[in-house]
Write a protein that binds this ligand. Structure first.
Ligand SMILES: [Zn+2]
Length: 336
């Protein structure tokens, strides 16, 4: 049996919970008091804290500083003896982080996977994600005309992993490109009209692949991560997943921000619709989504943009601009 330290390099004392330590699985600063429990054969076990982002459970305030045994050859299993707990929905994210896909061990686990969060301790067999066929993705990028060169350059770096790339420019629909684009990239004009969801939906509707990954002109992703996501998407289809969140690293003037994982649900089946004029999100129950822990979108920001963007968003949708993000983005990254 392998003993895996699921907390990796994290040495956190949860008795300093008010400082919002990062979750040892997903890294979100979202560990909250919990009333959740898991039903083991012998007894019901309560957990005092949970991560509201990934659902990982912590037995007590010291749990984050200890290791946990849950990986045994080709299985991942939540153990009563361990100080972290998880149902199969969270177990799936542990598997993704480790480059694995899961198969529920029985019908009870199958049902628990479809109805998170369950009180059934997670238990699944695993197979390497690398054994799954590559799903077909469209890359969608929305941008201003002045950002087109940057968008094309980012697309070219990963184009070999996509069936096509569709760039939507904030322009009149009568806009026509007067220059040649690399093979596999097409550009269409559509006015943004201060509605980011509508622009994303235009990309969704015009894609030619079952899955669409959407990036902005100032975001990039590595080919390696796209390949992993293509295998992950194939492995997820049997579980009814239609929306995959990708953690986003923010860099302001090249310095990594503490605002992480800043998960963006940018990989969706093409029928999924976005909602929200700003900070748009796909409209679907969270139960049919998952988080691709281990993959990252990189967001390249300059300080002038950071200074103004939340206020601009707040003007479009009063109260929804997340003005506080400006301060969060300014904080340098701290791992724990
Ligand atoms: Zn978490």
């Amino acid at each position: 049996m392998h003993r895996i330290n699921c907390f990796r390099s994290v040495k956190i004392a949860l008795n300093t919970i008010t400082t919002e330590p990062r979750c040892s699985l997903c890294a979100a600063r979202k560990i909250k008091p919990s009333s959740r429990f898991l039903e083991f054969t012998q007894r019901r076990k309560f957990y005092k804290y949970e991560c509201s982002h990934c659902g990982l459970l912590y037995a007590d305030s010291k749990a984050a500083s200890r290791g946990a045994t849950y990986f045994d050859g080709h299985e991942i299993r939540c153990s009563q003896a361990d100080e972290v707990g998880f149902d199969i929905f969270t177990l799936k994210m542990i598997a993704i982080r480790d480059g694995l896909a899961i198969v529920p061990v029985d019908a009870a686990q199958e049902r628990a996977l479809a109805c998170p969060h369950s009180d059934v301790p997670g238990h699944a067999y695993t197979t390497p994600l690398g054994e799954f066929p590559l799903a077909s993705f469209t890359l969608g990028i929305m941008c201003r005309e002045s950002e087109l060169d940057r968008a094309v350059s980012s697309a070219c770096d990963v184009l070999h992993e996509f069936a096509e790339c569709l760039i939507v420019i904030d322009q009149e629909e009568s806009w026509h490109q007067t220059f040649e684009l690399p093979r596999g990239i097409r550009a269409l004009g559509r006015p943004l009209a201060q509605n980011f969801a509508a622009q994303r939906n235009f990309i969704q509707q015009n894609s030619r692949s079952p899955w669409v990954m959407q990036l902005d002109a100032d975001e990039t992703i590595s080919s390696l991560d796209v390949r992993k996501l293509r295998q992950l998407a194939t492995s997820m289809q049997g579980h009814g997943i239609v929306s995959i969140g990708i953690p986003r690293e923010n860099y302001v003037e090249g310095i990594r921000s503490d605002l992480y994982p800043d998960t963006q649900y940018r990989l969706n089946r093409s029928h999924v619709v976005f909602d929200g004029a700003v900070h748009e999100r796909p409209l679907r129950p969270w139960q049919v989504s998952t988080i691709a822990i281990g993959c990252n979108i990189t967001h390249h920001l300059d300080s002038a943009h950071v200074a103004t963007r939340s206020y601009q968003y707040d003007k479009i949708s009063p109260g929804l601009g997340r003005v506080s993000e400006r301060e969060e983005l300014a904080e340098p990254f701290v791992a724990s």
